[in-house]
Design a protein around this ligand. Structure first.
Ligand SMILES: NC(=O)c1ccc[n+]([C@@H]2O[C@H](COP(=O)([O-])OP(=O)(O)OC[C@H]3O[C@@H](n4cnc5c(N)ncnc54)[C@H](OP(=O)(O)O)[C@@H]3O)[C@@H](O)[C@H]2O)c1
Length: 213
């Protein structure tokens, strides 16, 4: 696939080598334009390019959102029409890692809010619930797979995302709808901040217990 990433910071740079190793092409974009990403693209190597977010969105089969929460609404609006796109929302409603950095968004899950910003897109939430180094270390190219929770409302988008998670060395664990699963593995949810990617059996048991709680 051609995979677009909106945002080219820590999350994007963790994902890119794994996506490229799995045979995908990646287009990075940010607010400052592709020239600002030249050195990064060179450093990341073959299979990676940079484009304006508008072009990235046209070309990509699937797009990761990897922007800071407070920049996300403007970033997605500037990129153009999201109709028909599968989107993996990695964003969290926080400014940083401390409890005080949490941004109050009321009772809805953050990806439900993001989904409303993307009319016509199929949004799947994933890669949000652990610090980036945990995903970096927990998705080995070979060997035992770390469990990766995902949630969403569209079955075909979820199947695409599950395949992508497998491609990069993870075991996809379907946590349910964006509303239900999104809260379970949203920041502060019972599936978040375990500080390692769990073995799949353990992850499924934790999910079942979280649903009953
Ligand atoms: N840090 C973690 O451990 C972690 C874990 C899970 C999830 N997350 C979530 O992942 C998301 C990204 O985090 P990060 O740590 O990768 O952030 P980051 O390193 O600060 O990178 C953010 C990227 O977004 C770009 N950006 C900012 N405004 C933009 C706009 N209007 N349009 C397009 N691009 C824009 C920035 O580039 P320019 O400023 O040059 O545009 C930068 O490349 C956040 O929502 C965060 O909560 C983070």
């Amino acid at each position: 696939m051609i995979i677009g990433i909106l945002g080219a910071g820590k999350m994007a740079q963790m994902l890119v080598p794994k996506l490229v190793s799995a045979g995908h092409r990646v287009i990075l974009s940010n607010s400052r334009g592709p020239a600002s990403l030249e050195a990064l693209v060179e450093q990341l190597g073959p299979g990676v390019s940079a484009a304006e977010s508008t072009q990235m969105l046209v070309d990509a089969d699937l797009v990761f959102l990897a922007t800071p929460w407070e920049k996300t609404a403007a970033a997605v609006a500037a990129a153009g029409s999201w109709t028909g796109k599968t989107v993996i929302d990695t964003t969290n409603n926080r400014r940083g890692p401390r409890p005080v950095d949490l941004i109050d968004i009321g009772s809805r899950g953050s990806s439900e809010i993001v989904s409303e910003l993307l009319p016509g897109a199929q949004v799947v939430k994933s890669f949000n619930y652990e610090p980036i180094p945990v995903f970096a270390a927990g998705l080995p190219p070979e060997g035992d797979s770390g469990a990766v929770f995902f949630s969403g409302d569209d079955a075909s988008a979820k199947a695409k995302v599950a395949e992508l998670i497998r491609d990069i060395g993870g075991e996809p664990i379907d946590a349910g709808t964006l509303a239900e699963g999104g809260k379970l593995h949203g920041m502060g949810g019972p599936l978040s901040l375990k500080l390692s990617l769990l073995p799949p059996k353990e992850a499924r048991a934790l999910l079942a217990a979280a649903r009953l709680a």
